[in-house]
Design a protein around this ligand. Structure first.
Ligand SMILES: Cc1cc2nc3c(=O)[nH]c(=O)nc-3n(C[C@H](O)[C@H](O)[C@H](O)COP(=O)(O)O)c2cc1C
Ligand code: SF4
Length: 503
């Protein structure tokens, strides 16, 4: 019987993979639901004996089975999008059944946990530190240093918390990993537990990810005996962007309002329920099983450039022809990612801007597209790598409108704890509106009766721009967390490279 492999990942399902699987089953084929290869423009993607077909609809089924389909793309592993990657974290993507313990064990699963548990915790942490792994959630903090702090903290209870909130625009790698290879995350968390002395873990995930939640719960139950005495619980958040910030995430797990905590104390010292806590992103924890295999740490350290080690699962999204998951060693350029791998814009129009690192990331101009994907290189360019989201815009985008959106987003998502973010974001929207109107309209707040000390005449464009810079500086240096602190990045970059869009 013909075995047809089709992904049951949320994106594939949204593209119609369920109906395609049904049509193949009706035609007498055996169906295997596997994880997604990450070639999103080809979903629903079908694999038969290693040969790929996509995007497939139920109407294509007969031609595929008869061997004359125009949807054939050849051997999937030789497709340039897959062959050009260095997949470690996503090594199983497309190849295994997400909830099959058999597939997981047959592809090296659990060997790192067994090895780690035979080692002293300090030695496990030394390997994580030696790999150069930095947090993939956004800040790029060295994972080994964080683990060492938790290990060194004397406390009767400690926790491992996986940050699966994944709120950045254009990102989906955490979701793909949790839906496609949940045991890998579970193994990474169990290794972290052994390394720091924690016996309980939580995965904090947003309610917008129902497929990932179901897969995780099923996988945790299947793997319970494998990871015991370590235990994992899934906690579902309502999906507030700020609940991805680690301290408001901890508050949310504790049943409190998702409000950012002042640091210090660091979560590594006083985290969940006041106990020392490792908070790591899904991709950080999912990289751990590779690092803890024999020679895994030195292999990881040998990939990438400068202090950006290993591989990064980059997510190509927005107006791009070939969107999807591209895992590669650090150092790749946006030119290669967008024009080479991504095939340019989906609209066929010229690329105008690319936002890297989520809604708080800078807009990069095509003149910057040769910047290597590297935490420090991006930081020097006043940009962010963040969680590796790359969102492409064509020349119809208005950067003034996008700068306004940055303030608007911050106003909507602000936890409200500090003034620069809570008030500044709303003032920013008003200020950009005044600048873009070109009318030299007065500031409505300054015109309120109680504002008797404020100026009572409209500002010139130069004065408004100076005020905008002043506001950005106040938010950058005066905000308690990166939501308010990084909102100036998209605003300033848009104004710097596309001033004409603010006219
Ligand atoms: C507003 C805001 C939102 C964030 N959202 C996420 C998120 O969705 N996922 C994540 O892993 N980290 C997010 N972070 C970063 C976390 O605070 C924290 O740095 C991360 O969970 C640490 O894990 P890592 O070291 O493995 O990256 C966010 C930070 C801020 C300020
Ligand atoms: S910057 Fe914004 S989100 Fe962060 S603590 Fe202040 S008000 Fe809350």
């Amino acid at each position: 019987m013909t075995v047809v492999r089709i992904s049951d990942d949320a994106l594939a399902l949204a593209c119609g993979a369920g109906a395609v699987a049904h049509a193949f089953a009706e035609a007498g084929s055996e169906i295997e639901r596997v994880s997604s290869w990450g070639m999103h423009w080809l979903e629903p993607l079908v694999e038969i004996d290693g040969q790929g077909f996509g995007p497939v609809s139920p109407a294509d089924v007969q031609a595929i089975l008869a061997g004359h389909s125009d949807k054939a793309i050849g051997p999937i592993v030789q497709h340039p999008f897959i062959a050009g990657q260095q997949r470690l974290t996503f090594a199983r993507a497309g190849r295994t059944r997400p909830l099959s313990l058999e597939d997981y064990a047959a592809t090296g699963g659990w060997t790192a946990l067994a090895r780690a548990r035979a080692m002293a915790p300090a030695d496990v942490i030394a390997e994580v530190t030696g790999s150069g792994l930095r947090g993939r959630g956004g800040a790029g903090f060295p994972a080994g240093v964080k683990w060492q702090t938790v290990l060194a903290a004397a406390a009767p209870r400690k926790f491992v918390v996986c940050n699966a909130d994944e709120g950045d625009s254009g990102t989906f790698a955490d979701r793909m990993l949790m839906e496609g290879d949940p045991f890998q995350l579970i193994e990474g968390m169990a290794i972290a537990g052994h390394a720091v002395g924690a016996w309980q873990g939580f995965i904090y995930i947003r309610s917008e990810y129902p497929h990932a939640i179901a897969k995780l719960r099923a996988a945790i139950s299947l793997a319970a005996s494998q990871i015991a005495p370590f235990q994992i619980e899934v906690r579902v958040g309502a999906g507030a962007y700020v609940c991805g910030e680690e301290t408001s995430l901890l508050n949310s797990i504790e049943g409190k309002r998702g409000e950012v905590r002042a640091k210090p104390p660091l979560p590594a010292i006083e985290g969940l329920f006041g106990c020392p806590t490792v908070v790591n992103n899904v991709l950080t924890l999912a990289a751990i099983p590779h690092i803890l295999t024999d020679c895994g740490s030195s292999l990881y350290d040998s990939l990438g450039i400068d202090r950006s080690k290993g591989t990064m699962p980059i997510q190509l999204a927005g107006n791009i022809k070939h969107g999807g998951l591209f895992e590669t060693a650090f150092g790749i350029t946006l030119n290669d990612l967008i024009h080479g791998i991504g095939g340019g814009t989906a609209s066929g129009r010229p690329v105008k801007a690319v936002q890297v690192g989520g809604p708080l990331g800078a807009y990069l101009h095509p003149s910057q597209f040769d910047l290597p994907f590297d935490y420090e290189a991006y930081s020097r360019a006043n940009a962010l790598i963040g969680h590796g989201g790359v969102v492409v815009f064509d020349d119809t985008a208005n950067m003034g409108a996008l700068a306004r959106f940055a303030f608007q987003f911050c106003a909507a998502e602000s936890c409200g704890k500090c003034t620069p973010c809570r008030i500044g974001s709303t003032r920013g929207v008003e200020l950009i509106d005044r600048i873009r109107s070109g009318q030299h309209v007065p500031d409505l707040v300054a015109a309120l009766p109680q504002m008797h000390n404020a100026r009572n005449h409209a500002r010139s464009r130069e004065e408004e721009l100076a005020l905008l810079e002043d506001l950005c500086e106040t938010m950058q240096y005066g905000s308690l967390c990166a939501l308010g602190g990084f909102t100036p990045y998209p605003v300033r970059s848009a104004l710097k490279h596309w001033p004409e869009d603010f006219a």
